[in-house]
Design a protein around this ligand. Structure first.
Ligand SMILES: C[S@@+](CC[C@H](N)C(=O)[O-])C[C@H]1O[C@@H](n2cnc3c(N)ncnc32)[C@H](O)[C@@H]1O
Length: 187
């Protein structure tokens, strides 16, 4: 069976992440991707995870407590647009993930936004390692979601082919706006 965008996003991350790598979860939420990437980068790697909701930090902290991954993750209570404040320019990132939209079962008015997503992408591209990947899974059924999807699509489309491979993965015959995946890979 073809993979859902969520499952495919994990595959794309796992294919490039090696023990010792640095990764970024730009939209921590309940920490599923944070934990997944911490497993991939092993004892010597590191994951920076961002969210603007205290609930996300608490939920992820609880998920990591008493796991071997606790020491390999920094949970940052700030927007991903401020990434440059936390990751020095010399930091090389092997993979990053965004799940765009709102946190399920939480405040649906707290959503990711086009301009801040773009700013975070700019900062990540500056730090992306060769063969590194940025994966974006856009949930766009909510108000403002279509606008963000368009922004992300335009951003991805204008990246120069000489420097990046850019992939778009989506089911085109499904109801209820299934998420759309983008992957930017640095050559
Ligand atoms: C779709 S959810 C992420 C789900 C998460 N990947 C998980 O495993 O549970 C989107 C998250 O992005 C967060 N968010 C919104 N704007 C943000 C920003 N500027 N920087 C970082 N996180 C943000 C929301 O608070 C929400 O938790």
């Amino acid at each position: 069976m073809l993979k859902t965008a969520l499952h495919f996003s994990r595959q794309l991350l796992q294919e490039v992440l090696q023990p010792g790598d640095t990764a970024v979860d730009a939209t921590m939420g309940n920490g599923h991707d944070t934990l997944f990437m911490a497993e991939c980068v092993g004892k010597t790697g590191f994951v920076y995870a961002f969210d603007i909701q205290a609930q996300a930090i608490e939920n992820t902290k609880a998920r990591l407590t008493d796991t071997p991954f606790e020491q390999r993750v920094q949970l940052i209570f700030d927007g991903h647009q401020n990434l440059a404040l936390y990751l020095p320019k010399e930091t090389t990132i092997k993979a990053a993930i965004f799940n765009l939209g709102y946190l399920p079962k939480s405040d649906k008015s707290v959503i990711t936004l086009p301009n801040t997503t773009k700013k975070a992408l700019d900062a990540l591209l500056e730090r992306l390692a060769p063969k590194g990947r940025i994966v974006l899974v856009a949930y766009y059924g909510h108000e403002g979601g279509e606008e963000e999807l368009l922004t992300v699509r335009n951003y991805c489309e204008q990246l120069p082919q000489e420097a990046y491979n850019v992939l778009n993965y989506q089911f085109i015959n499904q109801k209820n706006q299934p998420p759309i995946l983008f992957c930017i890979e640095k050559k």
